[in-house]
Design a binder for this molecule. Structure first.
Ligand SMILES: NC(=O)c1ccc[n+]([C@@H]2O[C@H](COP(=O)([O-])OP(=O)(O)OC[C@H]3O[C@@H](n4cnc5c(N)ncnc54)[C@H](OP(=O)(O)O)[C@@H]3O)[C@@H](O)[C@H]2O)c1
Length: 332
């Protein structure tokens, strides 16, 4: 495994972070506890020390599974991230958002499910238009001071919002966001316009999610719906990866994979790993084989002309990942 320092946190993380959105229940493609545990144990064997979850993944089940799988391991060696914002209880409006009440109670609940005293990174899963940035940053600062979290992160926010949050934290002497978890892959590069340069300027750690475009860049375009998740994603998320230059990118990934004798997933992941602003992509896997494939991608190198060949067909696309409907639950 390769390791890197996450932004300016000084914290060392594996170059791959294991995402746990698919661990739990409630969807055709969620993995049960036994299947999830097998993947987590293999990730540890392979040297992965970095794990990402969220309170809302399978409504807390993902945190429970991750916590129990990691329980027998030395906590000091692990870097664990979770998130807050999306509703946990449809009957309780204070289970969502980023008010002081929500942040405090949801982090307590997350820690209980994880069986941990502290998380290494606590993410705002989105910024909350109903709560002032000042209130949110003060509430986050309090959980840092109480030792419930070590660093703060934000996920899929507009550059102006992120910049405002950094400014408020700086002005008030509060803990800033030092990690950005955003949507970024070869078929979705809108973050290159302003969020990524902003992170670069402030040395914010970048841990992109959906580095394989939710599976779109792991198999030929006409096989998108061939897997359980693929079939589900195509219906529910109406993603636009195939639009603009997406299909051509997909073809070029396949072509280069054949030429180099590696998988499409490895080419796609390698492209993300070659981007200077990326510290550690958060990978999603539905089998141990996917995980092993991802680790091998660390050894796949792409030349300047190969990177350009993959990038060339990209066309600007609609923003995807920001401003999700407030009532979304479960998986994102
Ligand atoms: N902050 C946010 O808003 C947000 C949003 C989304 C995700 N996330 C985080 O990011 C993590 C990863 O997201 P993601 O699952 O969308 O990431 P992804 O890595 O882009 O997609 C994962 C999917 O790619 C396919 N795949 C992976 N490895 C493969 C391989 N070697 N060969 C063939 N197919 C392969 C699998 O699809 P099939 O199952 O179809 O084979 C797998 O389910 C999540 O678990 C979560 O922690 C955060």
């Amino acid at each position: 495994m390769e390791y890197t320092t996450l932004g300016d946190t000084g914290m060392t993380v594996s170059r791959l972070c294991l995402g746990t959105m698919s661990f739990g229940s409630g969807r055709t493609w969620t993995l049960d506890e036994e299947q999830s545990d097998e993947i987590i144990q293999r990730a540890l064997d392979l040297g992965i020390n970095f794990f990402d979850t969220a309170n809302v993944y399978s409504q807390g089940e993902s945190e429970e599974i991750l916590g129990s799988s990691l329980a027998g391991h030395n906590r000091d060696r692990l870097v664990v991230s979770t998130k807050v914002y999306h509703p946990m209880d449809p009957e309780n409006p204070n289970s969502s958002g980023l008010s002081r009440k929500t942040i405090q109670q949801e982090l307590s609940n997350s820690l209980e499910r994880l069986g941990m005293d502290t998380v290494d990174i606590y993410h705002a899963h989105s910024l909350d238009p109903e709560t002032s940035v000042e209130t949110t940053m003060r509430a986050f600062n309090e959980v840092i001071e109480r030792g419930m979290a070590r660093y703060l992160g934000a996920s899929s926010v507009w550059a102006w919002e992120f910049s405002e949050a950094l400014r408020v934290a700086d002005t008030l002497g509060l803990e800033p966001f030092s990690v950005m978890q955003n949507h970024y892959n070869l078929a979705y590069r809108e973050e290159e316009r302003d969020v990524l340069p902003l992170c670069d300027k402030h040395d914010v750690g970048v841990i992109p999610y959906s580095p394989l475009a939710r599976g779109y860049l792991t198999r030929p375009d006409d096989a998108t719906a061939a897997t359980t998740r693929g079939a589900d994603e195509a219906v529910e998320y109406d993603h636009t990866y195939h639009e603009g230059g997406g299909r051509t990118i997909n073809e070029r990934v396949e072509e280069l994979a054949e030429e180099k004798g590696v998988s499409m997933a490895q080419i796609s992941l390698s492209w993300v790993l070659h981007q200077d602003w990326v510290d550690a992509p958060i990978i999603g896997v539905s089998s141990v084989e996917h995980l092993e494939d991802a680790v091998e991608a660390l050894d796949v190198s792409l030349s300047g002309s190969e990177l350009e060949y993959l990038e060339e067909p990209y066309e600007p696309s609609e923003i995807a990942g920001h401003d999700w409907p407030a009532d979304i639950t479960g998986h994102r």
